[in-house]
Design a protein around this ligand. Structure first.
Ligand SMILES: C[S@@+](CC[C@H](N)C(=O)[O-])C[C@H]1O[C@@H](n2cnc3c(N)ncnc32)[C@H](O)[C@@H]1O
Length: 340
């Protein structure tokens, strides 16, 4: 299957990415599909550049140009990055800039065992699977039964089911299960109340310790998560926001002053200043607008068990204290003893 390995030729059953002049579509390569009446008919995919007979993709090279009835496009390998841009949305998803930082911060390598909740649309899950396979494993949970089921089916269809276990479960009330106690290298939470998952993350992490990361759109969620992390013995708490900016290479014409008169400043005769001349440079220009806020990533380290028990401490302040009027504006929002 094409999600599992890079390959040269497209086979029936693959999912491919059709690239058409800045538009991307994920396509299942099936000769026949069911129409609205439930009849099997030839699979013809309609695009702004006309129709594509999907059976013509079978045997074509990945990366090659394909003909449409009114133009042409390219067929690409389904990488997790392209899948995040084309997948059917069942929820909000995490995109590649945040995903890259999550991979780095969770210290994931092939062989890692990582727990994720919630699965959502499986955008992050696909990237986690690629990072930890072939010997690692992703355990992903969602309390929305249909989402958990569809995600399982998708992993099966993409040929990556052996690297992932998708379960229907409320991880905040039920934890990650006895089977995962002491098994995880890393835990990632994309849930409305990640702070409630912190004790379960501690239970699931290996004796050697591990890394934690949560994704939250609001700073109040970050506050609560940091307090829970501190209370449960996590260290190296850091909260960050990933804002990707793409510089465009362009030409800019700017006036350049002739400063040669400065050399004669001390001479007795006044030196005439020459007018500025326009010069054109090739520059890397900032875009007129930058992408907005997606969410905060809060990351932390759980130390090994022998170091952990001595360190567990009450947080510097509780949220109740933060809310109290006497504290006014003085209370730190994200900082803890560890990261200040
Ligand atoms: C924003 S989505 C996750 C998107 C995912 N990270 C992605 O990139 O596709 C959040 C998911 O968490 C699930 N969820 C919320 N609370 C949960 C809980 N207590 N236990 C398990 N799943 C939960 C929701 O059903 C939802 O599907």
């Amino acid at each position: 299957m094409s999600f599992k390995n890079y390959k040269d030729k497209i086979e029936e059953g693959d999912t491919v990415i059709l690239y058409l002049s800045n538009n991307l579509y994920a396509l299942d390569v099936q000769r026949m599909i069911k129409n609205k009446k439930g009849e099997m008919v030839e699979n013809v995919f309609q695009t702004p550049f006309g129709a594509l007979k999907v059976k013509n993709l079978i045997g074509a090279d990945y990366g090659s140009r394909v003909e449409l009835s009114k133009g042409w496009g390219h067929v690409l390998q389904p990488t997790p990055e392209l899948w995040s841009l084309t997948l059917p949305h069942r929820t909000q998803i995490i995109y590649t800039p945040d995903i890259s930082m999550i991979m780095l911060q969770l210290d994931l390598v092939p062989g890692s065992v990582v727990i994720e909740a919630g699965t959502g649309s499986g955008s992050l899950t696909h990237a986690l699977i690629r990072r930890v396979r072939p010997h690692g494993h992703v355990y992903t949970f969602d309390f929305h039964e249909h989402r958990a089921k569809v995600a399982s089916e998708e992993f099966q269809a993409h040929g990556i089911a052996e690297f992932v276990t998708a379960q229907h479960r409320d991880v905040l009330s039920d934890g990650f299960g006895d089977d995962l106690k002491g098994k995880a290298d890393a835990v990632f939470l994309d849930l409305p109340s990640p702070w409630l998952g912190v004790p379960h993350a501690v239970a699931a992490m290996k004796e050697e310790g591990g890394r934690f990361c949560s994704f939250s759109p609001c700073i109040e969620q970050v506050q609560r998560t940091c307090l829970a992390l501190q209370e449960h013995g996590f260290e190296e708490l850091t909260t960050m926001e990933v804002l990707q900016t793409e510089l465009k290479v362009t030409r800019r014409t700017v006036p350049v002053r002739d400063l040669s008169f400065l050399r004669h400043k001390s001479s007795e005769k006044p030196v005439e200043e020459k007018p500025s001349g326009d010069t054109t440079f090739v520059v890397g220009a900032w875009p007129p607008s930058t992408p907005g806020h997606t969410g905060y990533l809060t990351v932390a380290t759980l130390p090994p068990l022998f170091a952990r028990s001595k360190k567990v401490s009450k947080p510097e302040c509780s949220l109740e204290e933060q809310d109290s009027p006497e504290n006014g504006d003085k209370m730190a929002v994200v900082g803890t003893e560890d990261n200040n």
